[in-house]
Ligand binder design. Structure first.
Ligand code: ATP
Ligand code: MG
Length: 226
């Protein structure tokens, strides 16, 4: 199986208040195969979000190479990079970041419409995703009329509606109570497996982490197997 994501020797630092640089990632290597589910654990502040944003091309490293869906990220034009992000990847953030003026269905259908799907097909597909996530009867609700767990499930539907080959999730259940977190965790994994998407997710929760095919630990700026 081919790798859908490969990071080699990735470094990232930020300016520190005392004037120097704070090195957050110091030589991260990561390879993810098509359809593989990988979890990343690590202490608060260890750089998990930083790493995920770099891997998803939402941020750039100081050095190192990133290959995503067969493309070398450093040689992509802005247009090609946006196209890969739009049609090749999905991202579930810790808080759902749904568009507040749109219904659950419209939010879930949005990436498909942006990719040029016909409205009817996009709605049909988005509805299928919402149903799979137990939200069939919430499709016409706006985000402010949904619970936190429901909003995260809409965000999952949105990230996976086009079955992108690569999906990232940054503590997707971090803001939920234990019970809704468990339900959303199971749904995220089963939605990714059904779509055949590779999934890289970050979590503090060891039980959730252990549901992945492979669990990695980010510590002192590097990833290792758990
Ligand atoms: N834009 C930035 N400027 C300066 N420092 C930053 C910036 N972004 C992140 N950092 C620092 O980098 C470190 C890692 O941050 P990051 O958000 O990646 O951690 P994390 O592992 O995701 O933590 P958490 O589990 O709390 O979400 C932190 O110490 C943070 O303060
Ligand atoms: Mg984080």
């Amino acid at each position: 199986m081919s790798d859908v994501l490969r990071l080699e020797n990735v470094w990232k630092s930020f300016p520190s208040p005392s004037g120097g640089r704070l090195v957050i990632l110091n030589g991260v290597d990561l390879a993810v195969k098509a359809g593989e589910v990988v979890s990343i654990e690590g202490k608060s502040g260890s750089g998990k979000s930083t790493l995920l944003y770099i891997a998803a091309l939402l941020s750039t490293p100081d050095s190192g190479s990133i290959s995503i869906l067969g493309h070398d990220a450093s040689s992509l034009s802005l247009k090609d990079m946006l196209e890969i992000r739009r049609s090749g990847t999905g991202f579930v953030f810790q808080s759902s970041l749904l568009l507040s003026d749109f219904t659950a269905l419209e939010n879930a259908a949005m990436p498909l419409l942006i990719q040029g799907w016909k409205r009817k097909d996009a709605d049909e597909r988005a509805m299928e995703m919402l149903s799979m996530l137990g939200l069939a009867d919430r499709s016409s609700h706006r985000p402010d009329k949904l619970s936190g767990g429901e909003r995260q499930r809409v965000a999952i539907a949105r990230a996976l509606s086009s079955a992108p080959p690569l999906v990232f999730a940054d503590e997707p259940t971090g803001s939920l109570d234990e019970k809704s977190a468990e339900c959303v965790e199971e749904m995220l994994l089963s939605a990714a497996r059904t779509a055949g998407s590779a999934l890289v997710y970050v979590t503090h929760n060891p039980d959730f982490a252990s549901m992945a095919d492979r669990t990695l630990l980010l510590s002192e700026g590097r990833l290792s197997d758990v």
